[in-house]
Ligand binder design. Structure first.
Ligand SMILES: Cc1ncc(COP(=O)(O)O)c(C=O)c1O
Length: 381
């Protein structure tokens, strides 16, 4: 099998598996307990916190562990707005955010908040002036993702934050950085964001473990109430083994980002060049330069994306069409529609996402299989 779906999830790294099994085997304590078992588990959690913080340029006290990226996004959007409701009721998101952000914003709209959804142009890169232009005195939160999960485009987060804060210093800015860590260098303080969401399983860590960066002194309401863990911002017994794995994965992701980007970028470019040779009318979605090294998202006119996926799967190749988080949904990708791709063309989308374990053989396998896959998909369309 050839796995070209690293944006959906990544294979667990050996180093992560090792540290997680040692915690599961020998360190079962509850990190909230005061006795020795609890203290040992607490050490693991704090070591994970140090590593995650180090990987994103934060202080350990600015990390709130969550049950994944979706929960981190929900905490940022709901936690910030519910806390700041007295200061205003306007929230800004972009049209191509992940559903963890978009659906949280829809929920806020149902609670009476005013939500502006900003359009994104064909490049798939959000312009700072467009975001700042939508900011009003009542704007309490802006949310713009750092890297889009479908088309891989990298957003100018630092410039967006600067433009928003120049217009309204008290407006808080969240970035969904789930697809950023491991794919681009991440430094939350350089970006200047107030919140940033991360998920371990996108970088060789375990599923169901994530974090929200909450800048020091930035206020937020908890969304999950209970035992008061994570400074009261996220109750629930901590996933000690998951946090240990996340810490190791984050450290490796940050250390290897440049080397990985170079190697994977070359593989991705070879894949795109080969596809253009075999399917000359294939269209690349989003800016070619401003995207993460592993992402290739394209549309094949006259072919159905789901059909191509099944045929590729039959040839031993795992890719994706639209967002994997929504597989089963027949609607064309909201991301492609948001950047102006027609519904017809968007129905023929394919995403290949390469990662740390990708090889030349993976690229060769796609290039061998694709002409027949496209031909058959076009015949049944
Ligand atoms: C950009 C983005 N945000 C949020 C999520 C959700 O993260 P999780 O799967 O950890 O809930 C994903 C996962 O696909 C994502 O790509």
């Amino acid at each position: 099998m050839h796995y070209l779906d690293h944006a959906a999830t990544t294979p667990v790294l050996d180093e992560v598996r090792e540290v997680m099994s040692s915690v599961l085997d020998d360190n079962f304590g509850n990190p909230s307990s005061v006795h020795a078992f609890g203290r040992r588990a607490r050490e693991v959690v704090e070591d994970g916190r140090d590593r995650v913080a180090g990987a994103i340029g934060a202080s350990p006290s600015e990390i709130v562990f969550t049950g994944g990226g979706t929960e981190a996004d929900n905490l940022a959007l709901k936690g910030a707005t519910l806390k700041l409701r007295g200061n205003g009721n306007h929230v800004i998101v972009t049209a191509f955010e992940h559903h963890a952000v978009l659906d949280s914003a829809h929920w806020l709209a149902r609670q009476g908040f005013e939500v502006t959804t900003l359009p994104v142009g064909p490049s798939g890169v959000v312009e700072p002036e467009v975001v700042a232009g939508a900011v009003k005195p009542s704007t309490i939160l802006v949310s713009v993702m750092a890297v889009n999960n479908e088309i891989g485009t990298i957003q100018p987060v630092e410039q967006i934050v600067a433009a928003v804060k120049a217009k309204s210093p008290s407006t808080l800015v969240h970035t969904d950085a789930v697809q950023a860590l491991g794919n681009i260098p991440v430094d939350v303080h350089r970006w200047g964001v107030d919140f940033a969401a991360f998920a371990a399983h996108k970088l060789g860590g375990p599923k169901g473990t994530g974090a929200l960066f909450v800048r020091a002194h930035v206020p937020a309401e908890p969304v999950i109430h209970g035992g008061g863990q994570e400074r009261g911002l996220r109750s629930g017994t901590l996933n000690v083994a998951g946090i240990a794995g996340f810490g190791v994965a984050a450290e490796i992701a940050a250390k290897e980002v440049h080397e990985k980007t170079e190697r994977i970028g070359a593989l991705r470019d070879r894949l795109w060049a080969g596809i253009q040779g075999a399917v000359p009318d294939a269209v690349l979605n989003g800016d070619q330069g401003a995207r993460v090294a592993g992402n290739l998202n394209l549309c094949v006119p006259g072919a159905d994306g789901e059909t191509m996926l099944l045929l590729l799967d039959g040839a031993g190749i795992a890719a994706s069409s639209g967002s994997a988080c929504q597989s089963g949904a027949l609607d064309p990708s909201h991301v492609l529609l948001a950047i102006g791709v027609s519904r017809d063309l968007a129905n023929g989308s394919l995403r290949f996402s390469l990662g740390r374990s990708s090889t030349e053989e993976d690229v060769d396998a796609v290039l061998d299989a694709l002409p027949e896959v496209v031909g058959r998909a076009r015949r049944v369309a």
